[in-house]
Design a protein around this ligand. Structure first.
Ligand code: LMR
Length: 394
């Protein structure tokens, strides 16, 4: 039977990881997969995470199963981080998931249970795995314009025009902050217009938020999610702790489903638990427990916030340095968008051939859609990248 299997399409982000690893050139620069790196090229275990793990080793007395939704304290702590006081807790059902990807997958499965004919509207472009998972689940994808390839900012008019086709049977997937892959984000006035459209159409919004704290700050990056939560009847939120806690391999995510009234919460919660049970039973616990320990201990939380803020400011400084360097080399402002974008990524806007040239001739790795991970740079590699960008003719 196994001989019937066909080769699966390569994941364009993960494929780069092995290519980079095998590249013998000592000057190679990895701007591919979305993993934070410090100036030494290391993805550090954050100080607060180390401290919380040490406590767990000392204090944890059992590794018995917790519950299908994960530890309620984790759900509560993450909900506070994401939503603050924007919505009454009785309206929220939530499950811990294996990473943000697990939350995204469970969200799509949940809406398919609720409406077998659901379509999901996604930004063009979006994180490729959104489209891939939807395809795998057989859920139709409708793309809405998002990015203006000239200005490298949000094409808001195009987005609103395309979202005019949404119906009450559809889901609209939005990135809460730090849009992946473009780095271009809606401002709060634009978010309000999207909310008005959602309420007019009666569709279900879903927010994927994987980079809270990497853009304009922890609170600022949650502002849009909170505004949506306080303005619409129903909402799904898929959150990831991979990046802002640096616990990628611990697979720590959360799916929140907000209903219009508290009386549907138990049924929704039951459906979320059921989906966890069908897919993997109990969600991973270690990362969730580390996050809870940090978020509920004022000292650990303050240290985590300080380190996260340093990471954020470091990425902003690299953005500015690169934009300045490109301004100097090109004599034009056409790369100014790099300093305007927020989060880990910028899509610099070039062809797959030029991206391939960067890899072949300069050992610089970025995703074929020209997404670069700014955190893969440091003060020394920025001028190298800038020269290479100009040399390959971007
Ligand atoms: C990325 O976009 O590079 C990250 O979210 C990692 C992944 O799973 O694709």
């Amino acid at each position: 039977m196994l001989t019937n299997l066909k080769e699966q399409p390569k994941d364009k982000i993960l494929g780069l990881m092995s290519m980079y690893r095998e590249d013998p050139r000592p000057t190679k620069i990895d701007l591919g997969v979305g993993v934070y790196k410090n100036a030494e090229g290391v993805t550090p275990v954050m100080r607060a995470v180390k401290a919380a793990e040490a406590r767990l080793v000392q204090q944890q007395t059992s590794k018995a199963y917790v519950g299908l939704a994960g530890d309620p304290a984790y759900g509560a702590a993450m909900t506070d981080l994401l939503l603050a006081d924007s919505v009454a807790r009785e309206r929220l059902a939530a499950v811990a998931t294996p990473g943000g990807t697990g939350a995204v997958r469970q969200a799509f499965e949940l809406v398919r249970l609720a409406n077998p004919d659901v379509r999901v509207f996604v930004s063009d472009p979006t994180w490729p795995n959104h489209v891939s998972i939807l395809g795998y689940l057989g859920i139709p994808v409708v793309k809405y314009r998002y990015f203006d390839s000239e200005t490298r900012a949000v094409d808001f008019d195009g987005m609103m025009e395309d979202l005019a086709d949404v119906t009450s049977d559809d889901v609209v997937l939005l990135h809460g902050c730090c849009h992946n892959p473009t780095g271009a984000n809606l401002n709060l006035t634009q978010w309000q217009a999207v909310i008005d459209l959602i309420n007019e159409k009666g569709c279900l919004p879903m927010i994927d938020i994987a980079y809270q704290g990497f853009g304009d700050g922890l609170e600022e990056d949650a502002a849009a999610t909170r505004l949506v939560a306080s303005s619409v009847p129903e909402l799904l939120i898929a959150a990831s702790c991979s990046k802002n806690f640096g616990i990628y391999r611990e697979r720590t995510g959360l799916l929140i489903a907000m209903g219009e009234k508290a009386d549907t919460t138990a049924i929704t919660q039951g459906n979320l638990n059921h989906l966890n049970r069908q897919n993997y039973s109990f969600p991973p616990d270690h990362g969730a427990r580390v996050v809870t320990e940090i978020l509920t201990d004022p000292e650990l939380k303050a240290d985590w916030m300080a380190e996260l803020e340093d990471m954020r400011l470091g990425m902003l400084a690299l953005r500015q340095q690169l934009a300045d360097e490109l301004q100097r080399l090109s004599g034009s402002d056409r790369f100014g968008f790099i300093a305007q974008h927020r989060g880990m990524f910028s899509q610099i806007g070039t062809t797959p051939d030029m991206v391939e040239n960067l890899r072949a001739e300069h050992a610089i790795y970025m995703v074929s859609d020209s997404r670069m991970n700014v955190a893969g740079l440091n003060a020394q590699s920025v001028p190298v990248l800038a020269r290479a960008i100009i040399e390959v003719g971007i």
